[in-house]
Write a protein that binds this ligand. Sequence first.
Ligand code: NAI
Length: 344
Amino acid sequence: MKIAFFEIEGWEKEIVEKELKSHEVFYTKEALVPENAEKYQDFEIVSVFVHSILRKETLAKFKNLKMIATRSAGYDHIDIDFCKQNKIAVYRVPDYGAHVIAEHALALLLTAVKNIPQAIEKTRKGIFNYQGLRGYELKDKTIGIVGTGRIGKHMITFSKALGMNVVAYDAYPDEDFAKKYEFDYIDLEKLLSVSDIISLHVPLLPSTYHLINRKNLSLLKKGVIIINTARGEIIETEALIEGLEKGIISFACLDVIEKEREFAKFQKTLRAGEVLPDSTEYKTFLLNYYLFTHPRVFVTPHNAFNTHEAVRRIVQISVENILNFLKGDRTTLFVNIVETFAKH
Ligand code: NAI
């Protein structure tokens, strides 16, 4: 089979080459997007990362695509319905280490409440005093976890270890887990109103799009801290900004922003001095810039997964997925995706 790896780095290539040595594999640093898809139309298996946009306009250009191995847990960059209709097998990597994302969410939270960036900025300037750096404690605060799947569960155990009270919301509560870790499931509205900190761990689906929005903003407890390491579109950016301006939200800790793929493209076009298309959505981009520079907002560039250990596991599992597919083992095919889609 003709296999192509997109968005690949040198060290990843070494792993893939070793594991797929008996196959013909093509490597490129490019993402697979509608503009270049025709060039790759003969490949039967493609492995991509999240910057490849595998919607109908890309996928329809392939003549004989049989399998997609995305090197990610998230799959909102892939048109699953199109794949199902056209019998394209999709594999993802749901379990490369959910703790990694929870660690990052916690790191962002501690960054905010302990004033870490401001403190380091001071000492870098040679100023060694704690004026203006008084922070907050996490112990005894209530954290609301939205989505208690793999990542949410880790966030719950970390929060418990820090002496926080946990409440959670999930469309499919795991009561055994709740019993074991002594927390309650409550509905979303209640969670929004009782939480000092809210951490989002749901996938982006029609049912989670703008889950926090201008309508339910008023339910939030004054001074709440919002953490989003899931997907930018789960929070309506305008609501976040309104919440910050009105003092409802004290800090926002974000690893994801709305329209982040388009944002990177927008910046590239701007830098190149090219004319932006009429359809460009300026508003969200400007709101994102506002967030980047806001003193009570801490943004990392979709970096939560990015540890030396996790990225190696991602490549290794993706190669295993391809090998499983090639030998006819379909046990990991669509499994988690089917579960999620069946539920919602
Ligand atoms: P998971 O599938 O294990 O858990 C998701 C949970 O959300 C499930 O318990 C499900 O029942 C719940 N859920 C789904 N729709 C819901 C709704 N409408 N209302 C309430 N609950 C709902 O997923 P996992 O592994 O915990 O990942 C969560 C998300 O984190 C991923 O979908 C991805 O978008 C994001 N992610 C971000 C990364 C980053 O680098 N920032 C890396 C990996 C994942």
